[in-house]
Design a protein around this ligand. Structure first.
Ligand code: G4P
Length: 530
């Protein structure tokens, strides 16, 4: 692998994956505190409240107490430039989360010490595994009575097929939680000394300082457990972690700001710098873009519309895959073959956004635009490439949407197309029906959409149940076969917002039966963004 320029090598772009309530928000806040990005605890929540107050549709978010929007937070620590991509925790918005995970180089998996792996943890982990995203694990809430560390470790090993290498080991638990032993640097980190204390250097576990500082039964337990852990588990091998086979494990308590510094330090030392990104159509014959390449390229993984309802702005979140970006650069947009001058790129800090004068591979830029950029779009310095692997999911819930005022049908169509481009929902126009069908992955998305169409486009709408089961994009190698299929199944065919044909199945049997009848047609559950 070519050596990375130092500015790129010091970048760490990552996301936190967790089941709701495991402590992701709390951990995010503490990471930002260490990074100096926020001055006081509570700011992430406060910022959330201010943001929520701005737009009406976020009422849904506030009422249900969930975080719908995702964002980027950049901060510096230990000479490293971190970009933390926030992912919505609620499962109805996992689609957004999945796409965000295409833009990171590693992830931190947060587990509640009492609960271990939960449903959402496993789903998100699977997405990381698909892309071999390296994962560090943070076992949170050690200040409460939780499960035995060995029990949690074997759950990770068995359920996720991941080797575990503890980087720290807990001393006690619950009310007896005293701190952790740093197995990499041989340091004792004690909760009573406060989170700003870097710990006490010791000469291994037999150092008598341990006996002087900790209750005897906890020292004995620590020595026994670490000996056992070292005997049972693989050593912390950097290569294995970076290839996604092994997870370094940290213990802590985010709410007490404990163990967070060790995690951050671990990420600074071990987490991978920007990785090559899969791409098609390269002139050099490879199927990747190396971050060390001189020319700027990258892709849009998320669109956020109307962040400020007064200016119908849309921000495209753009992951730089290669090069050194400078403000004002003219980039090529391969999908439309147009040039775009990027005059107002944004960098996101915890509490603010600011104009980005420059950025490097691994960074995330916000590019304001009026709808020209879509999810999956590339921007390059001329090369007509396409970044691959940015998924679009087959919706599992389909409803018909109608404007309360039928005169607004045409406006509604345009609003739906915009929302589809943003990635907020799939919209389908049945060939034999004048009403649009909206498809989502989670039911809550319907509420959010209805609210947004009303407040942002001034079109009150209602959703109606359909008897539809699922939608599948249809493709064939032979265009004539596709035409024959469409002609024969007209009443079940719709077009998505890009004009791609979709088969709308009434039930599982309808889908299976049609698939059997048309063996040359591919029925795709996901479509890569084109
Ligand atoms: P999430 O984003 O993953 O959904 O979790 P979040 O950080 O909101 O944390 C969920 C709950 O767990 C919060 O309590 C939070 O205070 C608590 N928590 C987080 N880290 C720890 C920890 O290390 N130890 C303990 N004991 N609790 C922790 P809440 O009561 O739901 O909210 P709040 O009123 O405390 O804010």
């Amino acid at each position: 692998m070519p050596e990375l320029p130092p500015e790129i090598a010091r970048r760490r772009t990552f996301a936190i994956i967790a089941h709701p309530d495991a402590g992701k928000t709390t951990l995010t806040e503490k990471l930002l505190l260490f990074g100096g990005a926020i001055q006081m605890a509570g700011a992430v929540k406060a910022r959330g409240d201010a943001r929520r107050a701005r737009s009406d549709w976020m009422k849904v978010e506030r009422e249900r107490g969930i975080s719908v929007t995702a964002s980027v937070m950049s901060f510096e620590y230990d000479g490293r430039a971190f970009n933390l991509l926030d992912t919505p925790g609620h499962e109805d918005f996992s689609e957004d989360t999945y796409r965000t995970l295409t833009a990171v180089d590693s992830a931190v998996m947060v587990l509640d010490a009492a609960k271990g792996i939960e449903t959402q943890t496993r789903k998100l982990f699977e997405v990381c595994r698909l892309r071999d995203v390296p994962i560090a694990t943070f076992i949170n809430k050690m200040d409460r009575e939780g499960r035995d560390p060995f029990d949690l470790i074997s759950e990770v090993e068995n359920q996720l097929q991941l080797d575990v290498a503890p980087a720290t080991w807990p001393i006690g638990m619950g009310r007896e939680f005293k701190g952790v032993y740093d197995l990499i640097h041989d340091r004792l980190i004690l909760i009573e000394r406060g989170h700003s204390d870097a710990g006490i250097a010791v000469k291994g576990l037999d150092d008598p300082q341990l006996d002087a500082l900790l209750p005897a039964h906890l020292v004995t337990k620590l020595r026994e457990e670490v000996e056992m852990a070292r005997g049972l588990m693989k050593p912390l091998d950097l290569k294995s972690y970076r290839e996604g086979h092994l997870t370094p494990l940290f213990f802590g308590s985010a709410v007490n700001n404990f163990g967070v510094r060790e995690l951050l330090h671990g990420l600074a030392e071990m987490a991978p710098p920007p990785r090559p990104q899969p791409a098609a159509g390269r002139a050099n014959g490879t199927d990747e873009v190396e971050p060390s390449e001189n020319k700027v390229s990258g892709f849009v993984f998320k669109i956020q519309a109307n962040m400020d309802p007064k200016h119908r702005d849309r921000i495209a979140f753009f992951r730089l895959a290669s090069g050194h970006f400078k403000r004002g650069m003219k980039l090529t947009h391969p999908r439309t073959q147009k040039q775009m001058a990027i005059h107002n790129p944004l960098l996101f800090l915890a509490a603010d956004r600011e104009l980005a004068e420059e950025a490097w591979a691994g960074d995330i830029l916000g590019i304001p635009n009026h709808g020209s950029l879509r999810i999956g779009d590339a921007l390059t310095e001329g090369e007509a490439i396409r970044f691959t692997g940015i998924p679009s999911f087959a919706p599992e819930l389909l409803q018909r949407v109608r404007p309360d005022d039928p005169m607004k049908a045409k406006h509604l169509g345009r609003a739906l197309e915009q929302l589809a481009e943003e990635g907020a929902a799939r919209v389908f126009k049945p060939r034999m029906d004048s009403n649009w069908i909206v498809g989502v992955v989670g039911a809550l998305q319907f509420d959010v959409l209805a609210d947004r169409i009303r407040t942002e486009y001034d079109i009150p709408v209602h959703f109606e149940a359909t008897t539809l089961h699922t939608a599948r994009w249809v493709e064939t190698e032979n265009p004539l076969e596709l035409k024959r299929f469409i002609d024969n199944n007209g009443s079940a065919i719709a077009d998505d917002h890009d004009g791609a044909p979709v088969f709308m199945a009434r039930n599982a049997w309808h889908l299976n039966h049609t698939q059997e009848q048309w063996p040359l047609v591919k029925f795709l559950a996901t479509k890569e963004q084109s």
